[in-house]
Design a binder for this molecule. Sequence first.
Ligand SMILES: C[S@@+](CC[C@H](N)C(=O)[O-])C[C@H]1O[C@@H](n2cnc3c(N)ncnc32)[C@H](O)[C@@H]1O
Length: 509
Amino acid sequence: MAARVAFGVSRVEFVADLIPRLRDALAAADYTVEGVSALLGTTAHEALHRNETTPGLRRTAGGSALETLTRLWLLQATASVDAVERALPGLLDPLCAAGILERSVGEVAARVDLRPYGADEGNLWVLSDLTPGLDGAPNRVDADHVLGISPAATSLAELTVREPVGSALDVGTGCGVQSLHLATHARRVVATDVNRRALWLAGLNAELNGIRTDSSTEGLELREGSLFEPVAGERFDLVVTNPPFVISPASGERLVYRDSGLPGDSVVEQIVRGLPHHLNPGGIGQVLANWAVVRDQPWDERLAGWLEGCDAWVVQREVLDPAAYVELWLRDAGVHGTPDYRRRYDTWLSWFEDQRVEAIGFGWINLRSRSGSRAGQDDHRLEQWRWEVEQPLGPEVTAHFARVDSLRDLADDALLATRPRLRADVEQETRGAPGAEDPGVIVLRQQRGLRRARQVDTVEAALAGACDGSLTVGQLLAALEQLLGPEVSATDRLAAVRGLVAEGFLDLA
Ligand SMILES: C[S@@+](CC[C@H](N)C(=O)[O-])C[C@H]1O[C@@H](n2cnc3c(N)ncnc32)[C@H](O)[C@@H]1O
């Protein structure tokens, strides 16, 4: 059953303004990304990225408020009661009562993580469960562990289209990191999760970052429930989700932040099939996902079968073989090196074999709903692009769907009459034998956005080079035909022009 919940204040309501007062204390101590970076210095900071705290502890022994907060939360060290009282005046007892800190005789320790998070929108603070595995400690976490800012979370945040919208939905909000971003450009955000602890932390994070949680027309609303169940019948302008997408036999223990409890990649399939029903016309849905690559079926053909009633742009960013995948996630669960490791590894691999899973793809699924969309008219582009892209990629998602629109109803005659312009960041690379008259390979490469590369022949390279917005495609092709001979027939070349526009090499004026 979906239920609307107000977790923002439930466990701390007996202390008025606790979270705003915490925010003030964090700001007063300069507990910000810049403040902490300057305090730790590069070596200790990089060590912490490797989960090593010793260099950081050596840099934070002075007893200032910033040092105390950094030791407590980033380095998971204890601090004296006196030092904490100085850093968080009047807040120690209420933070202990709220489950954020814990106190024993003369010492204080963190019960949850609280760290500054640098976003384009300015400094944010994020509460989550403590990072496991510091200094080689076991990597084990509880089943309801709430992830902090993970690389996957950052990847989705950078992919998200950041245009002003009326409403946004964050499915599987966890600590609420996507919602914190969404609240900067969506008037109203609904965030869902099945994990009550996640909703509690997401509510605190909203409050800590000054986002309203007490209104149904603006700010953040938290709802408990699975996938789209809490938003049945509702539509949004933007939907984002970094779901629990780990592909496993769905047997044994379940870590809710990564395991959906559903077999294989069916959680992603359900999301992709369900998401268009929750988009307003023109709305965009963005999903970070894993998918199974099964024997005798191309990955893109399988995913294309899930797409219906919307345009889609799917990018496969990475492919892992089953063994590498199982190792990755058994290590993540802290099972590596335990007596059970080999058995679980073997069980998981056998299950992949039974399911005919040959590899696991990781990537982005972007969906866009259209008003008046008719079956068969939707544009589905599924491609693999493993190379580095320009971040944030959100603007490229908008540009992609704009290009789809510009080409959708453009007949060949109309295309011939357009005056395209080569995008300013496109460069040409040639390869071939030294001294050869013609290059063996010509590649056009974008320096921005997805940083696509496209192999072209000499005619397409000449055409692209001549596209400065002054001549029509028809004029350009006629000129090339005169120059290079009749094999440059305009009709044969229109598909290439469409390709160059679709991939963003040429802008249609
Ligand atoms: C990978 S975490 C993502 C958290 C956060 N949105 C982020 O980007 O880092 C997946 C989240 O989905 C939640 N979750 C698991 N199963 C779910 C379900 N059936 N419906 C909704 N949320 C679910 C988990 O509790 C967890 O918070």
